[in-house]
Each structure stands twice: as structure tokens, then as C-alpha cells.
Design a protein around this ligand. Structure first.
Ligand code: C2E
Ligand code: CA
Ligand code: CA
Ligand code: CA
Length: 275
């Protein structure tokens, strides 16, 4: 900053320049981390709302940074999407999760998040098929979670890719349902078999009557469309009781368990099988 004389035309505010430097450092660090094996996949159990049995787990990526500790996905996924690095990271997550999940009881399905950016690659269905092939994980046990953001991509292409994915035998879940602008029309047009009700509708349950009405209506709508519903973000016994009474399919949330490292998830499975 000292070298900048008077009258120098400043394109950037210093704060903005610092921000950009930080971002390019983070990007380089992320590339390094991928090769160094610093990313981890944690698993959050999903239970059958009626029986309490573990029926699935959602794979959630974390970055175990040597200096900064465990970094949550919200701090690096957006940049990975902007830089295109999500393609490699996403493929790594899918491969790792399928290979981990191959060791679980066959009644347990695996849910993996796909970024809308991964849909820019026409080879996505081939990638999924080759990972299933390489890991020996059965296609019908894999569920891909997709947010409405994917519909902002070229719609005809998105539909073609989703149809191809479906043809492989995997199932598709609409994630964060209710937060977007046109969730309902997408449900009609795209081959989803499950709705995941966004956490924001659960937070004020069971006291808030508007949230309660919305959750009840989405579960009913799902049932009418022949779709399963998962409620995420269930943190209390009261919330669990409410959504179970409303006949939702699966429950996910801290009340059941936080996302767990692979070994801890296996322990959780064994303990819940004994219970
Ligand atoms: P998401 O797909 O909606 O995942 C659920 C998030 O809610 C997870 O946060 C999970 O830890 C958190 N959660 C679960 N139960 C509760 C609860 O009871 N209370 C609260 N407050 N939170 C709960 P996480 O792991 O930090 O992930 C955040 C987001 O990052 C995910 O939201 C997803 O959009 C993205 N993400 C995570 N892993 C991946 C990945 O491998 N690929 C892609 N593309 N995105 C990922
Ligand atoms: Ca998800
Ligand atoms: Ca979600
Ligand atoms: Ca979310």
C-alpha cells in the first residue's frame, strides 16, 4: 500500500484486495488438500420415523486442515463451486462414500449431495456408473441429493442428466425443499422420489403453528405424489414426536445423531442394532 503514490487509480478497495488474496490462497490450499488427503466424509444417520431404525446415512464432507482444524463445508464448497474444483472434490466424496458404505448392512442406503455445478458435465451419469462399478456398491442403495439450484442450469440438459441417472438405478431426492422459488413445479417435472423438508421449517416446531401447517402439508403432498419425505434438522424430542405423528418417512437431525466420522458411524450402527 505504501508503494501506491498519490493519484494512483485504485481499482480495488484494500479490503476487497485482501479478500481476493484470501480466496486465491484458499483455492490453492484446497487443491493441495485434495492431493494431501485432508478431506473426510462424515455420515449422519437417518432413521425410520416410526421404528427408529437406521435406514440411511447422508455423506457430508469436511476438511481436516493441518492448522485450522475441522472446516465445515459451508466454508469451502462455494469456492470449490466457483473454481470448478467441486468436480474433483465431488467425485472424491462419491467414491469414498460408496466404498465406505459397501461395508454397511445392505438395508442401509447412502445419500450423497451433488452440486448444481457437477451437472455442467455431461459425463456425470458415466462418472456415477463407473464409481458404482469400481466400488461394487449397488445402485439402488444410492440416493443423490440435489437442490433447486440445479434447475437454474440449462433445464433440458438437467432433465436429460437426471433421467440418465435414474436409468442407472439410483434415486433422486430434492434437498432443502421449500426454500426455493418454484419447488412445486420442479417436483412435477423432474424424476424425484424423495423430498427433504428444509431445516428452516422444523426450527420453530412444534409451537409455531405456521411451520406446523407447512410441514404437515408437505408430508401430505409427498404422500399424494408417491414420494417419501425426510425431515431434517430435528433437534428435540418434541420435534421428533411431531413429525413422526405426521407420518413423515425418515428423520435426520442432532436429536438422532450429529454427522459422525466413519468409525464412529459404524459404532453407532452396532449400538442401535443392539438397542
Ligand atoms: P445439507 O445437504 O442440507 O446437509 C444438512 C446439513 O445440516 C449438514 O451440515 C448437517 O450437519 C446439518 N444438520 C443436520 N442435522 C442438524 C440439526 O439437527 N440441526 C442443525 N442446526 N443442523 C443439522 P453440514 O455438514 O455443515 O453441511 C452443510 C451443507 O454443505 C450441506 O447442507 C450441503 O449443502 C453442503 N455439503 C456438505 N457435503 C457436501 C458434499 O459432499 N457435496 C456438496 N456438493 N455439498 C455438500
Ligand atoms: Ca443434503
Ligand atoms: Ca438439506
Ligand atoms: Ca441445506
Amino acid at each position: 500500500a505504501k508503494a501506491e503514490g498519490k493519484g494512483t487509480f485504485r481499482l480495488f478497495e484494500p479490503a476487497m484486495a485482501a479478500q481476493m488474496l484470501l480466496r486465491s490462497r484458499l483455492e490453492a490450499d484446497m487443491r493441495r488438500a485434495l492431493t494431501a488427503g485432508e478431506f473426510e466424509v462424515h455420515y449422519q444417520p437417518l432413521v425410520d420415523a416410526q421404528t427408529g431404525a437406521v435406514t440411511a446415512a447422508e455423506a457430508l464432507v469436511r476438511w481436516r486442515h493441518p492448522e485450522q482444524g475441522l472446516i465445515p463445508p459451508a466454508d469451502f464448497i462455494p469456492l470449490a463451486e466457483e473454481t470448478g474444483l467441486i468436480a474433483q472434490l465431488g467425485a472424491w466424496v462419491l467414491r469414498t462414500a460408496c466404498s465406505d458404505a459397501a461395508a454397511w448392512p445392505s438395508t442401509i442406503t447412502l445419500a450423497v449431495n451433488l452440486s448444481p455445478v457437477q451437472f455442467r458435465d455431461d459425463h456425470l451419469p458415466d462418472l456415477v456408473a463407473s464409481i458404482l462399478d469400481a466400488t461394487g456398491f449397488a445402485a439402488h442403495r444410492l440416493e443423490l441429493e440435489i437442490t433447486e439450484g440445479v434447475m437454474l442450469e440449462d433445464e433440458a440438459r438437467t432433465l436429460a442428466l437426471l433421467t440418465k441417472l435414474k436409468a442407472i438405478g439410483v434415486s433422486l431426492a430434492m434437498d432443502d425443499f421449500g426454500t426455493g422459488y418454484s419447488s412445486l413445479s420442479y417436483l412435477r417435472r423432474f424424476p424425484f422420489s424423495k423430498i427433504k423438508i428444509d431445516r428452516s421449517f422444523i426450527r420453530m416446531l412444534p409451537e409455531d403453528s405456521e411451520s406446523a401447517a407447512i410441514v404437515r402439508a408437505i408430508i401430505t403432498m409427498g404422500a399424494c405424489l408417491g414420494m417419501a419425505t425426510t425431515v431434517e434438522g430435528v433437534e428435540t424430542a418434541e420435534q421428533y414426536a411431531f413429525v413422526a405423528a405426521e407420518q413423515c418417512g425418515q428423520v435426520q437431525g442432532y436429536h438422532v445423531s450429529r454427522p459422525l466420522p466413519f468409525a464412529d458411524f459404524l459404532t453407532f450402527l452396532n449400538l442401535s442394532a443392539m438397542a
